[in-house]
Design a protein around this ligand. Sequence first.
Ligand SMILES: [Zn+2]
Length: 118
Amino acid sequence: VVEMPQKEDNKTRKRKGKDIDQIHEDLQPEKAAKLMNQEVDLDIPGDAQHYCIECNRYFVDEVTKKVHDKSKVHKKRLKELKEVPYSQKEAEAAGGLGIFPHIKNRPTAAKPDEPLIG
Ligand SMILES: [Zn+2]
């Protein structure tokens, strides 16, 4: 079976693990700060000034972004990010195992998951 890289799988239920990993990286405070203060880039919607880190998307203005923040797409992404709280580093440490069964789909108990930093 040859697996083709496809971008048009947003209608399927396929989990985009790689994207999520990348976003966990982007959510690290240092990187997030940079992403939220990008230089003006006229080739990017909104001149790269209205970026949603979680969804890896640019918006044309703050209003559009705020609408997005309340959208299903965004909330779904937040949920996904919570469900898979491992970092790229940990994924690499797993040496290709890919997933950590014990922390995948952790039931949402009283405490929110604290990401391990450092
Ligand atoms: Zn978003």
